[in-house]
Write a protein that binds this ligand. Structure first.
Ligand SMILES: Nc1nc2c(ncn2[C@@H]2O[C@H](COP(=O)(O)OP(=O)(O)O)[C@@H](O)[C@H]2O)c(=O)[nH]1
Ligand SMILES: [Mg+2]
Length: 685
């Protein structure tokens, strides 16, 4: 799939899939709107503010006035089909972007030259760099720009590991950007609101500036092209086609990052961006190669599955080998995914039925029951191996969820399952001890939106709360205690009598039961009941928590030939434990986790302060491997302090700091904090 380039070279053709990514609030959703208006997919350009944009159309997105999931829209430009994926920029919803990226041909990184947003930009660029996705930068909002473009470039460059190559320079008039000069075409344009820009003569100061800027663009390109370097050294003007070919090639190879600019809200610079994509972005052939596609059987990658829509389940998929349409049975790399029922073109929330999709197209496939976000779907005899497995970032915040009404328990379970299929960055933990479902996610807003979806789309009335911390308790002293249960009411009596040795065990030994009965004073057949009675009683110790690290030995007792029973011995054992434990100096145990915070180096000192303020024991810090300008801080920290740690970490790092943790050990907790926990537990019971 190659076509003659209008400028002489060759360009890729056919359907493209382009991601719109970038920091929060940089204008991605607005740019998508501008592109759709410019290409005639919609009649009039809506705005995010007025809630009239194609993107952010879900109830949750409109409600919070931000992108909380990706938006997919297909349009046509100069005879080719383009699908744009507007990816949320907030770190909490970044998994949508990460899962979509493997399947795109190129990304447009929408950004502003704002120091504060550089850490976020760097994070996003890294994802693209690691996956080798060709990328343009679109410097948006230049209507509000107050820095010269070269200064802007200096602000932006550190966020990218690859050189940024300025493709356009702005034309200023009375401190306002009124147009741009294209450095490849050597043409000047003035912006027209919501219309194509107008070409004006390139002369005077503009021409001078153009010459300098063009030269520096060519110099950067020449770093990877000896022939061009020679021409520059010898002052030979390089042919225009050669410049275009170099730009395209170096973009595709990810060697340089071309920078375009504009004003999304007024559609300025959008046509130029589309043309750059048309001429320079690779197509599915390159993408399939990058992903290691084997064979020619129908194959697609699931950018996102949606179970929450009213139209039933839809899987948004990039077709890598066609055709894929109605009736095709697809399998993931692990199992059958289902039979395609309905193939749709998407423009945001609107879907339009269409025929089978060819290689390169991005469509929604209906009713693939077992498809999940990130799956590789194939139709061959042998399932194609997974093309890409993007592991979600570790979850950092949790809430507990429960159905308001018991009868909805099953429905809640199913809804949670679908939610995780859609968004693998949600992670569920069923806490058997507390009977809670704990939903782990990427931040407050992420969890809030997930809870809203459960209620809104899946129709389950739910309650949410703070998940309980996994406290336990243990004992510090031994005791020997008698537990006796005797009841003589009416007919049959009850009789059980045991003597228990209760002893502390070393940390993490759990529970041990020993039978030390001699001479049959407690008959064999009742001994399992004694153990069961002990186990049940240990579930709720004197402080209100599971008792661990104890050994209980049955050393003596007595029985009655008629009145003794399993129940009676269970009860006797329980009485022994309930009376014995308070004499053993019970103590609270709290879970301590090993926490690893990653943050830009400037924030490391702040992290130390945050950790110390949360009873953390700092183990040290290192430079983060492969991440220039970042550190890893390690600490041991109580679980109760990790609960909302992310909120502080993010606010100290412009949103980009994060952490992962894993259980390390249980530690004794005494003093005021322990007393508070115990009284809170009593109050809750
Ligand atoms: N001045 C100006 N504002 C813009 C431009 N593009 C977007 N905005 C505004 O910036 C804000 C964020 O835009 P949005 O598209 O939601 O950003 P996203 O978070 O990247 O999707 C909105 O208030 C837009 O109206 C632009 O080119 N110029
Ligand atoms: Mg957005």
């Amino acid at each position: 799939m190659a076509a003659a380039n209008g400028n002489g070279g060759t360009r890729a053709s056919g359907p493209r899939c382009i991601a719109l990514v970038g920091p929060f609030q940089s204008g991605k959703t607005t740019l998508l709107e501008a592109i759709l208006a410019r290409t005639g997919a919609i009649q009039r350009q809506g705005t995010v503010e007025a809630g009239t944009s194609v993107g952010d159309a879900s109830k949750e997105a409109r409600h919070h006035k931000m992108s909380v999931e990706l938006t997919v829209a297909t349009t046509e430009f100069m005879g080719d089909s383009y699908t744009f994926i507007d990816c949320p920029g907030s770190v909490e919803f970044i998994h949508d972007m990460r899962a979509a990226l493997p399947a795109v041909d190129a990304a447009v990184v929408v950004c502003e030259a704002d120091e504060k947003k550089m850490p976020q930009l760097q994070l996003i660029l890294r994802e693209l760099e690691d996956l080798n996705i060709p990328r343009f930068l679109f410097l948006n909002k230049i209507d509000k720009a107050d820095t010269k473009v070269l200064e802007a470039l200096q602000i932006l460059q550190p966020a990218s590991r690859k050189p940024l190559v300025l493709r356009q320079i702005p034309i200023w008039k009375n401190e306002i950007v009124t147009g741009f000069v294209d450095l490849a075409l050597e043409r000047a344009h003035v912006y027209k609101e919501h219309a194509a820009s107008e070409v004006i003569p390139l002369e005077g100061d503009s021409l001078e500036q153009e010459k300098t800027a063009r030269f520096s663009m060519l110099e950067k390109l020449a770093d990877h092209d000896d022939e061009l370097m020679e021409q520059l050294l010898e002052d030979i003007p390089p042919p225009r086609d050669k410049v275009f070919d170099d730009l395209a090639k170096e973009l595709r190879d990810g060697i340089v990052v071309p920078v375009l600019m504009g004003v999304a809200i007024r559609t300025n610079g959008v046509l130029r961006l589309l043309k750059a994509l048309r001429h320079e972005a690779p197509n599915v052939t390159a993408t399939a190669k990058r992903l290691g596609v084997k064979g020619e059987e129908p194959l697609a990658y699931v950018i996102k599955t949606l179970s929450s829509g009213h139209a039933g389940k839809m899987s948004i998929a990039r077709v890598l080998n066609g055709p894929i349409g109605d009736g095709v049975t697809l399998a993931t790399s692990e199992r059958e995914a289902g039979r395609v029922s309905g193939t749709f073109k998407l423009v945001g929330q609107t879907s339009e039925k269409r025929g089978p999709a060819a290689a390169g197209e991005t469509v929604a496939l209906g009713k693939l029951e077992y498809a999940k976000t990130g799956d590789t779907l194939s139709a061959g005899k042998q399932a194609h191996p997974a093309l890409s497995k993007i592991e979600p970032h570790p979850a950092v915040l949790a809430i507990s969820v429960s159905a308001k009404e018991r009868k909805d328990d099953v429905k809640l379970g199913q809804a949670l399952h679908k939610l995780v299929d859609e968004d693998p960055s949600i992670h569920l933990v069923h806490n058997a001890e507390t009977h809670e479902v704990v939903m782990w996610g990427q931040g407050e807003m992420h969890l809030r939106v997930a809870a809203e979806k459960l209620a809104g789309h899946f129709g389950v009335a739910i309650g949410t709360g703070r998940p309980s911390v996994g406290y336990n308790e243990t004992i510090k002293k031994s005791v020997q205690i008698r537990g006796r249960h005797r009841k003589q009411s009416g007919g049959h009596g009850q009789f059980g009598d045991v003597v228990l040795d209760i002893k502390p065990l070393p940390r993490s030994s759990g529970f041990k039961f020993e039978d030390k009965i001699t001479g049959g004073v407690v008959p064999r057949n009742y001994i399992p009941s004694v153990e069961e009675g002990v186990i049940n009683a240990l579930k709720h110790g004197p402080l209100g928590f599971q008792v661990v690290d104890v050994s209980v030995a049955l050393v003596d007792g007595s029985y009655h030939t008629v009145d003794s029973s399993d129940m009676a011995f269970q009860t006797a054992a329980r009485i022994g434990i309930v009376e014995g434990l308070p004499q053993c100096q019970p103590v609270l145990l709290e879970p301590i986790h090993l926490v690893e915070i990653v943050c830009p180096t400037e924030a490391t000192a702040k992290m130390n302060a945050i950790l110390s303020g949360r009873r953390g024991q700092i183990l040290g810090f290192d430079t983060r491997e492969g991440w220039d300008g970042w550190d890893v801080v390690r600490a041991k920290m109580p679980e109760s302090e990790i609960g909302d740690l992310i909120i502080e970490v993010r606010s100290a790092t412009a949103g980009v700091g994060s952490f992962a943790f894993k259980f390390d050990h249980m530690a004794e907790l005494t003093g005021k904090t322990a007393d508070q926990i115990v009284s809170a537990r009593r109050a809750a019971e």
